[in-house]
Design a protein around this ligand. Structure first.
Ligand code: PEP
Length: 254
């Protein structure tokens, strides 16, 4: 089933002890009386089950920040997609730039993880985006084209599977955590091209396209008003319940 827009998803990254995570989840639960869009939180793995439990019945999506490409096995320290699901997750972020560039994950691995997530019944939030050097060299669209072809299991969708468990987050690497963003025109042009790239490769409706990278309460409305921007993936600003909720309502969510 298609996810209601806007989608505003909060990546908590490696932040939060139990008390912090449960307080933040509780503050969001108080606000989320009747959600018109999709609000989601992606806590660290240690908090996933407890946050999922705290948010049962609120409609807030809870997800993991990564999964292994195999469903089980001898992979010390890794977490499999069925384990995320078992802990209460409905989604997982894959291919985040902190994993692509910080941990050397390539397109093939992101694609294998995406297949594993979909097979486990999770919604896959697949991140793509160019580095600062690629941006400066005018190579943004080439990079996105390559990441779409390499990171997404497109064969599933050209064989008739619906992309209703897929979300794509365009996150320029140089905008993450820096306070810098592309101009609204640049975001608009890039998202329009993304929609054009995906159109012929996916049967039925396009998956939601999110923008991510220094989204804050004061720029969220302008960014989410852009055509083909269906919501936002939010890092730092998602750690404050009030600010995160303001981003969600700025995108039209209530
Ligand atoms: C992110 O890490 O996905 C992100 C968008 O971070 P920030 O909002 O802090 O730039």
């Amino acid at each position: 089933m298609a996810l209601p827009r806007p989608l505003v998803l909060g990546n908590w990254k490696m932040n939060g002890l139990r008390a912090d995570g449960l307080t933040l989840a509780g503050r969001l639960a108080e606000r989320a009386v009747k959600l018109s869009g999709t609000l989601g939180v992606f806590p660290p793995a240690t908090l996933l089950a407890q946050v999922a439990q705290r948010l049962v019945g609120t409609g807030i999506m809870v997800g993991g920040q990564d999964c292994h490409e195999k469903p089980s096995g001898a992979h010390t320290g890794s977490i499999a997609a069925p384990m995320l699901r078992d802990a209460g997750a409905g989604a997982v972020i894959l291919g985040h730039s902190e994993r692509r560039h910080g941990l050397g994950e390539d397109d093939a691995l992101v694609q294998a993880k995406t297949r594993a997530a979909l097979a486990a019944g999770l919604t896959a939030i697949v991140c793509i985006g160019e580095t600062e050097e690629e941006y400066a060299g005018g190579r943004t669209l080439d990079v996105l084209e390559r990441q779409i072809a390499g990171s997404l299991p497109l064969d599933l969708f050209t064989r008739g599977a619906k992309a209703d468990s897929l979300v794509i987050a365009y996150e320029p690497v140089w905008a993450i955590g820096t306070g810098r963003t592309p101009s609204l025109d640049e975001i608009g042009r890039t998202h329009t091209r993304l929609a054009e790239m995906l159109g012929p490769r996916i049967e039925g409706d396009l998956p939601p396209l999110l923008y991510g990278g220094s989204v804050k309460p004061d720029n969220a409305a302008d960014i989410m008003a852009i055509a083909h921007v269906d919501g936002a993936l939010v890092g730092g600003a998602s750690l404050d319940a009030d600010g995160f909720w303001r981003i969600y309502t700025a995108g039209g969510g209530a």
